[in-house]
Write a protein that binds this ligand. Structure first.
Ligand SMILES: [Zn+2]
Length: 438
């Protein structure tokens, strides 16, 4: 009986605590920008021409942002193209006649395979890299032996043949990319040649990622060197370790203590989580019917913690798993209709928001009818996205003036169970925000 009374008392304390008004000036960073329920990033891989000529105009009409992971060596005027970093390929070919492929020479042979001077060798790299990533090393070695034997026998046409994905970019230019970026689209790296990186050695992985970054920096500017997607969605540990030294954000993997990741092939749904955020990647392809694609949006809208990352490849017959632009039009309108609940933003912006929020310190003070708020974080100056703050106000404030340096916002108070509040944008590490009411 005593135990029961104690429990009841505890419950009533909790209930009272929940209904208590928030102290005036109490401030928090909202989970997502503008206090929305969830985030959506629409991402495109491979930079195929139709992504820009068929899908992008729909997004422009609906004012939806997106991220395009482009193969940087595929546009005219690029400085960096595919190459093999290592010993002369003639030496490697000659050696293959007497030494079978093994754990010591596999990565060198696979890295060189696309650049032996013959067409049709790149498909061997793609297959062997995939086998090697799945730890089917014997099969991967056999495939290299088969390829090098054919090369020695003269079974291939001389020349160089890139991946199909590179050829599908034809038609776009760096000028086009700069124009889309000026509209707010994120142009990000998808390597130089759409390389199969688990099959490459460190020097060649580094070349593909580092020089692609340099190309983007030269063509687009530093801010577009933030995000990348290593081709084929690989999460290979060795590749990820190299990639994370070069790019701050990878769509492949984002190891953060506060983030639960649900990858593209996973059948998992967001469900219960003890993390602050869930990154839920879904691939929109010919096997994902539109009602299913819409249900991802509904699930995200109905939660508070989920970032839906949609992955799109081909459009209107061009590219891997191409979707009709009419279907994309309907889908994007569906997303746009939930604008009041969803923050639709680029992959880079959502990453920045979460990281800034997780490392932010908010200090607030209320004195003589004026509230001051300081928002700081310890990240580098690439993390300059404004965060949305929620501050509780005195009851009698009808309008609130929010000032931070040159940024001025005039806002009307809103109500929740804890009192009257405003939502506003604040720039971290840019000085005090003052709120005054009348
Ligand atoms: Zn790709």
């Amino acid at each position: 009986m005593k135990a029961f009374l104690l429990t009841a008392a505890l419950i009533s304390t909790i209930v009272v605590a929940q209904c208590q008004p928030a102290p005036i000036g109490q401030t928090q960073v909202t989970e997502w920008q503008y206090g929305k329920n969830g985030a959506v990033s629409i991402t495109y891989d491979d930079g195929s021409y139709h992504q820009f000529t068929k899908a992008l105009p729909i997004m422009e009409r609906l004012k939806l942002p997106a991220t395009f992971f482009v193969i940087t060596g595929g546009f005219p005027g690029s400085k960096y193209h595919g190459t093999f970093v290592g010993r002369p390929v003639k030496t490697i070919i000659a050696e293959s006649a007497s030494i079978p492929t093994n754990s010591v020479n596999f990565l060198e042979r696979c890295s060189a395979a696309g650049y032996l001077g013959y067409k049709g060798t790149i498909t061997y790299v793609t297959k062997a890299a995939s086998l090697y990533d799945e730890k089917e090393t014997t099969a991967a070695y056999q495939l290299m032996d088969e390829l090098y034997k054919k090369v020695r026998n003269g079974d291939f046409q001389p020349g160089y043949q890139p991946c199909d994905e590179v050829l599908q970019e034809e038609g776009s230019t760096w000028d086009d990319m700069r124009r889309y970026a000026a509209e707010g689209y994120e142009i990000a790296s998808h390597s130089i040649t759409h390389a199969s990186m688990p099959g490459l050695d460190s020097a060649n992985i580094t070349y593909e990622l580092e020089k692609s970054k340099e190309e983007i920096r030269n063509q687009m500017g530093e801010q577009y060197t933030f995000s990348t997607e290593v081709p084929y969605g690989y999460e290979n540990e060795r590749v990820m370790q190299i990639a994370y030294k070069i790019y701050p954000a990878l769509r492949n993997r984002m190891p953060e203590p506060w983030l639960k990741e649900i990858d593209r092939p996973s059948k998992q749904t967001p469900g219960n989580s003890d993390k602050d955020y869930i990154q839920w990647q879904r691939e929109a392809n010919t096997r994902s019917p539109l009602p299913l694609m819409k249900s991802w949006v509904d699930t995200t809208t109905g939660r508070k913690d989920t970032w839906l990352v949609i992955v799109i490849h081909g459009v209107d017959g061009l590219g891997y798993e191409a979707l009709p632009s009419t279907l994309l039009d309907e889908y994007f309108q569906y997303i746009k209709n939930d604008d009041d609940k969803l923050w639709v933003a680029t992959f880079g912006d959502v990453t920045k928001y979460m990281r800034e929020r997780e490392s932010a310190t908010v200090q607030n003070n209320e004195d003589n009818g004026k509230i001051t708020v300081r928002l700081t974080h310890t990240l580098d100056n690439m993390y300059n996205l404004p965060l949305t703050l929620k501050t509780y106000l005195p009851k009698n404030w009808k309008a609130t003036l929010v000032k931070q340096g040159k940024h001025i916002q005039q806002l009307t108070a809103m109500q929740d169970s804890k009192g009257s509040y405003v939502l506003y944008q604040a720039y971290p590490n840019e000085g005090v925000v003052t709120l005054s009411g009348n």
